[in-house]
Design a protein around this ligand. Structure first.
Ligand code: FPP
Length: 246
């Protein structure tokens, strides 16, 4: 039986989030500059977006650039930004053809204006697509997101729009950058690192974590299928007992 055929369509994760890691090491292994790794990382993005859309996964969130990534050498940051613009320009048709909506999370105001403009344009053009939501985390940090949630709620409390005793998990959810997305079901990190690195800390509370040694540019549809098959083997209890679940 093919790998894809081993996936149970009735138990697909509704939301997959991926920490794409290992572009630099992949390039180094071939004696190439880091930029080559990022370029091939963009090809892996295409594979995974296509793979998720074909399977019927409704939400895919990719960690493309963290708030900490601004500290990388200027040339590498420029390469990543250029790659983002060219990928967006190249993939808009694929997004439209496959009815995929593009969203972003993160502090977009810190991005170069060209990137910002291209993103806004693609988000506007794809906003009515409903088959899948592809969210790119850009200049994103989970702690920064939580600080912005607390600030927004505090202002509403100050202006008597929310009373402190009514603050609950759903109010916090409504103020997250991911307010329109369900919780993450499956979090994947490539390249052998087993860290969360400030990604979606609130949203992964009950996510299944899947770590693979595959470097991101090598991550293929088959690797995506392996991750989903492993996810489907796990028993998600959400704090209940096994007996309660069955
Ligand atoms: C991590 O590898 C990867 C990144 C910081 C960037 C991810 C960006 C892409 C895959 C390119 C395009 C993105 C889109 C959405 C089209 P690393 O550089 O940290 O690798 P290393 O740990 O081996 O050095």
């Amino acid at each position: 039986m093919s790998l894809k055929a081993q996936i149970n369509d009735n138990r697909l994760p509704k939301h997959i989030a991926i920490i794409m890691d290992g572009n630099g090491r992949w390039a180094k292994k071939q004696g190439m500059a880091r930029a080559f790794g990022h370029e091939n990382g963009a090809k892996a993005v295409r594979q995974v977006v296509e793979g998720c859309a074909e399977l019927g996964v409704e939400n895919l969130t990719l960690y493309a650039f963290s708030t900490e990534n601004w500290n990388r050498p200027k040339l590498e940051v420029q390469t990543l930004m250029r790659l983002l613009i060219s990928s967006l320009k190249k993939e808009i048709k694929t997004l439209q053809d496959n009815h995929i909506k593009l969203c972003t999370i993160g502090n977009l105001s810190t991005l170069p204006s060209k990137v910002h403009k291209e993103l806004v344009d693609v988000m506007e053009k794809t906003k009515l697509n409903t088959r899948m939501t592809l969210t790119i985390a850009l200049s994103y940090g989970s702690r920064e997101e939580l600080v912005s949630v607390i600030k927004e709620i505090s202002i509403k409390v100050k202006n008597n729009i929310i009373s402190p005793e009514n603050i609950d998990e759903s109010i916090i959810n409504e103020h997250l950058y991911t307010r329109n997305l369900p919780d993450v079901d499956l979090l994947v990190r490539t390249s052998g690192e087993q860290r969360i690195s400030n990604f979606l800390l609130w949203q992964i509370a009950y996510a299944e974590l899947y770590f693979t040694n595959t470097l991101w540019p090598d991550f293929s549809k088959e690797d995506l299928y392996y991750a989903i098959i492993e996810y489907q083997k796990r028993e998600r209890r959400f704090g209940k007992t096994s007996e309660q679940i069955s």
